[in-house]
Design a protein around this ligand. Structure first.
Ligand code: FES
Length: 66
């Protein structure tokens, strides 16, 4: 699924860049490949996906095992 049309970024590519540590904030994505303009329309979606990626990488809390 395309998440950013301006940059031509799919959710898989966003995840790959997150896992590599090159995109941890939406602005990181926007600052990459400056030859492509950004409209900002995808910010809510990209913000949400990055929060989900961060949450999925958190270690389980002690009471999660109960
Ligand atoms: S759709 Fe992502 S900046 Fe325009």
């Amino acid at each position: 699924m395309i998440v950013c049309h301006c940059k031509g970024i799919t959710d898989r590519e966003l995840r790959r860049r997150y896992d590599q540590g090159t995109v941890v904030r939406t602005d990181d994505l926007y600052e990459q490949d400056p030859s492509k303009k950004v409209c900002g329309g995808c910010r809510p979606l990209v913000d949400r996906l990055l929060r989900e990626y961060a949450a999925s990488n958190e270690p389980p809390r002690d009471n999660d095992a109960l």
